[in-house]
Design a protein around this ligand. Sequence first.
Ligand code: ATP
Length: 135
Amino acid sequence: MASTFRLEIATPERPLLNKEVSEAQIPAETGYLGILPDHAPLLAELGNGLLRYKTGGKEESLIVHEGFIEVLPNHVRILATAAENVSDIDVKRAEAAYERALERLTINVDDVDKARAKRALERAESRLSAIKSVH
Ligand code: ATP
């Protein structure tokens, strides 16, 4: 039985992580997926939030926003629409995105794409709560 598996995380912009890890907690659309070595293969939608993993006995984390999760024998691939290290999150930018999305959701005009505003609000909320939970 393997003791680690490869965790790869990329966005359309850049590769973000490619490491041997011993476990990972991944925010799927339907709730957190806990992955250990030799997990059964599956495909799932990625949600928003903190993705935690253990490597070399240390717990690390980064934040991901929507996309796909592919679990293969001892290889997990995540393609996220956006992702960043928590230390790279710009709080002011996330707060501004939050206010902007909230305003778009509450004003009553026809040309606002509410579903898009809701997703932007969720990204901003998960960035702001990631900062709180890590510090
Ligand atoms: P904004 O409206 O501020 O651009 P957004 O939620 O629309 O926010 P995304 O489309 O999720 O932004 O991300 C675009 C790029 O900007 C990605 O590379 C993402 O990692 C980065 N990014 C977005 N918001 C932040 C932030 N608050 N801090 C650091 N990087 C961010």
